[in-house]
Design a protein around this ligand. Structure first.
Ligand SMILES: Cc1ncc(COP(=O)(O)O)c(C=O)c1O
Length: 510
């Protein structure tokens, strides 16, 4: 049997904390055992002598001996006193059984700590709908705003001003939100979006995802039926699935969600999710007659309407479309908006404008989960809005995004004629590019990734199969040169998938 020794300094192996209530010998035992289980101390490794460890860690030798004895008794190490201590060659079955796999620490902790049924549902839901990407966005990641044009100097100045005068609440909790921000949003949304509310109805949330999660948890019981747009936003589906709601896909056409079909399929639904200003991802605006029939149905069956107004500020043609919430006379509509598109997504601030009758229930839910959103950012944002920077920034971005959309259309027209059908859109930050009928959008998106282009296949957003595939191309966040390069790379990818699909059809015919 061969052995090798380690010359590692003892403090590399374990870090002891004299202030911890756990005795030092147990801390040393934990550290060495962990080293063995994670493979840092491989079988056959000779441990430093007890004298050396004691000197290196500045602890008594008896403490080291106690740790060694425990490891010995449990079979992690072997050796005789005076002849050296070695990591056991054949580790016992029960030790190997719990040996952590370095590559899958999440699975390991799941094994070691069984979850509740609710916890399991959450894990399953997130695995199905995915996590947002933590990588920096590249063309054509959907939803990325123009970070290159963000007025960071103004934001920094406003933040510094609040700090310099210590002019923000550092202790107080504002479950509903920092009142000046609630007021600023109420005033702005009333003027710009036609929302009807007073400021106490404006709850500040950590992005609209938190509003969706709160709505699902506070208003739905497992099995409750909810209409969702198909194709539609995955964020809402994940929040609803985590609350074990029963999702009914309702098709979308040029007038938005088909209320008639929803009624035919599930008249007695508890809730509906809609993005009426600019349906995600296809883009139609919900017609006035559909809006009215949606509200009238909701009143008949006592259903809630979740209105997601995620990118309504970016409308390039005609007048902005007023929101559905402003038409509601029955307190059925819960309106959610986000600063992820107009400012930047990692800010994690959004607003949830709820009927008065629901304010207390949402505050209660917030109080037990995360208390409230960070106050400094809310204070800076309030200044940013009140001093007019927000409206100015949105106006500038509207011009910039219209330009970037024009550039994308032109580049696609030049490079991708016949491979991708793209039409201009009056609003938003992305376009939907339709593929030839024989090309799968999943294959096209995977091939695009190999060429360094990020797109999302439309079929990822659908619950019912599509007759024709498409790709979502976000353009707002990318400079003209990045858009042109991205389109050239996408052309390489789409030619490649087109060739593959033609060959596949030929070989089927033979
Ligand atoms: C339809 C829709 N709603 C809302 C959001 C914003 O979500 P959040 O505010 O959680 O960042 C997005 C962003 O991708 C979206 O596409």
């Amino acid at each position: 049997m061969s052995y090798h020794s380690i010359a590692a300094a003892p403090d590399f192996l374990v870090a002891l904390n004299p202030a911890s209530p756990r005795p030092l010998y147990q801390q040393l035992y934990d550290g060495l055992r962990n080293g063995i289980l994670t493979g840092r101390l491989s079988p056959g490794t000779r441990l430093p002598s007890s004298r050396m460890l004691a000197a290196g860690l500045q602890i008594g030798r008896n403490t080291v001996m106690l740790a060694f004895e425990q490891l010995h008794a449990e079979g992690y190490v072997q050796g005789r006193r005076g002849a050296g201590t070695y990591v056991t060659h054949a580790l016992p079955e029960n030790v190997l059984h719990i040996r952590p796999q370095r590559t899958n620490t999440r699975e390991r902790s799941a094994l070691m700590r069984p979850l509740s049924a609710r916890g399991k549902t959450l894990v399953k839901t997130a695995a199905k709908w995915g996590f947002p990407s933590s990588a920096p966005p590249t063309a054509f990641r959907f939803g990325a705003p123009a970070l290159d044009a963000f007025p960071s100097a103004i934001w920094a100045r406003l933040t510094a001003r609040r700090w310099r005068k210590l002019n923000f609440p550092m202790v107080e909790s504002y479950t509903a939100g920092y009142p000046p921000l609630q007021q600023a949003i109420a005033t702005y949304m009333t003027a710009v979006r036609g929302v009807r509310c007073h400021s106490e109805q404006v709850l500040i949330v950590n992005g609209s995802q938190q509003a969706l999660d709160l709505a699902a948890r506070v208003l739905l019981d497992p099995g409750d039926v909810v209409w969702v747009e198909d194709p539609g936003y995955l964020g809402v589906r994940s929040a609803l699935a985590a609350a074990e709601a029963h999702l009914v896909p309702v098709p979308v056409d040029s007038e938005g969600l088909s209320v008639e079909t929803g009624i035919e399929q599930a008249y007695q639904a508890r809730m509906v999710y809609v993005s009426p200003s600019h349906q995600f991802p296809l883009g139609p605006t919900m017609s006035a007659s559909r809006r009215l029939s949606l509200l009238s149905w909701a009143a008949q069956v006592n259903a809630w309407v979740l209105e997601d107004d995620y990118d309504s500020e970016f409308r390039y043609a005609g007048r902005p479309i007023a929101c559905l919430q402003g038409l509601d006379t029955e307190e059925r509509v819960l309106y959610l908006g986000t600063f992820s598109k107009t400012l930047f997504p990692a800010l994690r601030l959004g607003y949830f404008i709820v009927p008065e009758s629901l304010i207390d229930a949402f505050l209660a839910a917030r109080a037990v989960s995360d208390r409230h959103s960070p106050v400094l950012e809310q204070a800076v944002l309030a200044d940013f809005i009140v001093e007019g920077h927000y409206a100015r920034h949105v106006r500038r971005m509207r011009t910039l995004y219209a330009e970037r959309q024009g550039c994308l259309l032109e580049a696609v027209h030049q490079e991708l004629n016949g491979l991708l059908e793209l039409t201009p859109a009056d609003a938003g930050m992305h376009l939907v590019g339709w593929l030839p009928r024989d090309v799968s959008d999943q294959d096209a998106a995977s091939e695009a990734i190999t060429q360094g282009v990020e797109t999302i296949p439309l079929s990822s957003y659908t619950m019912t199969p599509l007759s024709r595939g498409a790709l979502l191309l976000g353009y707002a966040g990318f400079e003209i040169s990045a858009i042109r390069t991205g389109v050239k790379r996408l052309a390489v990818a789409l030619r490649q998938v087109q060739r593959q699909s033609t060959n596949a059809v030929r070989s089927q015919r033979r």
